[in-house]
Design a protein around this ligand. Structure first.
Ligand code: XMP
Length: 518
């Protein structure tokens, strides 16, 4: 799919820093479109990309390491401004004949710089001592390349920032992209607007207009199939396509019997009744439960659910007639993860929920969100008029409640878990925490414990409550939810969910635990 929306682009070459995605976030927050590509992107491809500026990211290597990542030096002949950050600055220095040396001490964490020149990169920031920045480096610039001047110094870095102003080449030793550098966004905006001459034109409104137009042109009269789960990504994908091609889109919602309470019904209500989409709900709960009978191994459960999803989806799609495309809600972090630093040869991460579908069905893929970050997708959802509840929905795993019932999945256990889960979500919403935490849910443990109710001794199930804070699900911490909220959740579950007499709170972080229990 092509899209001419992206006319003013910044190219970020990734040297492997853990902060590279943050650079992209900051650039896009400034309403400038950017893409991250591996450091070894071919020069012709860069020329074709036609960036208004290039940012060289940081990275874990030392410029002196064997096999240290180097970009094509031709980027300096392209006549576009370049900003090197940390390793990117050291690389620039080496490339241009300056000298990089080892710092006596590795500088890591908060540092202060003194700005000496506030004309370009530091425009609007007063010169002088005491500006906080975030440093993370072992090497430093000992001698700048010819033509460069010092823009800022720190105690451990005589050259904390430098520039060859006539050739618009800049380098900063610190990380302007992280929140610990309070003026970082200002510095990056100076690069984008003053130095590269970009205009703030990337917005979700323009994204929607541009994407709808190109989808329409590219798809023509062909038909598109889209799997809808009710999650944010597939919902936004479907609505965007519906705007573009209306009745040429058919959506399939497979109810695998492992969804949360009321979920399938809500999806039908929104998409079929509100948007008037051609949505086909396939109630396959019996089918899935039958295939999961007696299965207790987590991986086995996942495999069965993935395989059966594909077979049911494929059957329904065939029944609906010939489609040329399959739409998927792949997001930018998945794309970067698969092609970034490791280079284009790294294996593409298969999508959790629909893994394998495109290959099996021999359809061409449409991924209208593949340039967007999650919060941008949410903005698009708002732009398209999707209900806030859906747009802000917490992530839910493809295999659904199957990975939250430890051991065998039975209809009775599913009912218990659904009731308990609905209480967790409701209480978290009442406490105003639903959009603050990353996920909040219930897990049913396959053990029974003794309790007492009235004069009766009980012997019932245990529910574990899992509530975590996270930014990207790669790491997570158990959420310090007020005790009163936990107390209410526990009381309500024990009092109203038949079959549960004990509730525990999961206080494990990821790593070493995972967010889901299976
Ligand atoms: P873990 O349990 O690995 O989960 O810490 C990280 C995030 O991924 C979600 N998750 C899944 N999502 N299919 C999905 O679509 C899956 O099989 C799956 N397993 C875990 C999980 O909810 C959390 O947000």
């Amino acid at each position: 799919m092509t899209n001419n929306l992206y006319t003013q682009k910044i190219l970020i070459l990734d040297f492997g820093s853990q902060y590279t995605q943050l650079i992209a976030r900051r650039v896009r927050e400034a309403k400038v479109y950017c893409e991250i590509h591996p450091f070894n992107m071919r020069l012709e491809t860069i020329e074709g990309f036609s960036p208004k500026g290039i940012i060289l990211s940081g990275g874990p290597a030392s410029i002196y390491d064997e096999g240290a990542p180097f970009a094509d030096r031709g980027i300096l002949e392209l006549n576009v401004p370049v900003l090197g950050i940390c390793y990117g600055m050291q690389y620039l220095t080496r490339l241009l004949g300056g000298e990089v040396g080892r710092s006596g001490d590795r500088e890591y964490g908060n540092a202060t710089i003194a700005i000496e020149d506030d004309r370009d990169l530091f425009h609007g920031l007063e010169s002088g001592e005491g500006r906080s920045v975030w440093m993370s480096h072992g090497d430093r610039i000992d001698r700048m390349p010819e033509g460069f001047v010092v823009l800022a110094r720190s105690k451990n870095s005589p050259v904390a920032a430098m520039a060859d102003i006539t050739r618009t080449r800049f380098g900063v030793q610190f990380h302007p992209e992280v929140a610990h550098t309070p003026d970082g966004s200002k510095i990056l905006r100076n690069f984008l607007f003053r130095i590269c001459g970009c205009r703030p034109s990337w917005s979700m409104t323009s994204f929607v207009h541009g994407t709808v137009k190109t989808l329409r042109e590219d798809i023509g009269d062909d038909r598109v199939i889209c799997g809808l789960s009710g999650g944010v990504d597939s919902s936004v994908t479907a609505v965007l396509l519906h705007q573009a091609i209306g009745g040429q889109l058919s959506c399939i919602l497979v109810d695998n019997g492992l969804l949360r309470r009321g979920e399938a019904g809500e999806v039908v209500e929104i998409f079929q009744e509100h948007y008037g989409m051609d949505l086909h709900l396939v109630d396959a709960s019996e089918h899935f439960l039958k295939h999961l009978e007696g299965v207790t191994d987590p991986e086995e459960k996942r495999k069965i659910i993935g395989r059966e999803f594909i077979s049911i989806f494929e059957m329904k799609a065939k029944e609906l007639g010939s489609a040329k495309y399959l739409a998927q809600g792949t997001l930018y972090p998945d794309v970067i993860e698969s092609v970034s630093f490791k280079g284009p040869s790294a294996t593409i991460k298969s999508h959790h929920n629909v893994g394998g579908l495109p290959e099996v069905m021999n359809l061409e893929l449409i991924e209208p969100l593949r340039e967007l970050f999650k919060d941008e997708v949410r903005q698009v959802g708002v732009e398209l008029g999707l209900p806030r509840e859906l747009v802000m929905r917490q992530p839910f795993p493809g295999p659904g409640l199957a990975v939250r019932i430890l051991g065998e999945i039975t209809r009775e256990r599913l009912e218990i878990l659904r009731s308990a889960d609905a209480i967790v979500i409701e209480e978290i919403k009442i406490a105003g925490l639903y959009e603050k935490v990353w996920q909040s849910f219930a897990v049913l443990l396959p053990i029974r414990t003794v309790g007492v109710m009235g004069d009766e001794r009980t012997y019932e199930n245990v529910i574990a409550v899992r509530i975590v804070d996270s930014l990207d699900a790669m790491t997570a911490d158990w959420s310090k939810v007020p005790c009163e909220v936990l107390g209410r959740i526990s009381n309500r579950i024990i009092n109203s969910v038949k079959g549960v007499n004990r509730v525990v709170y999961d206080i494990s972080s990821k790593p070493p635990s995972t967010i889901e229990w299976e």
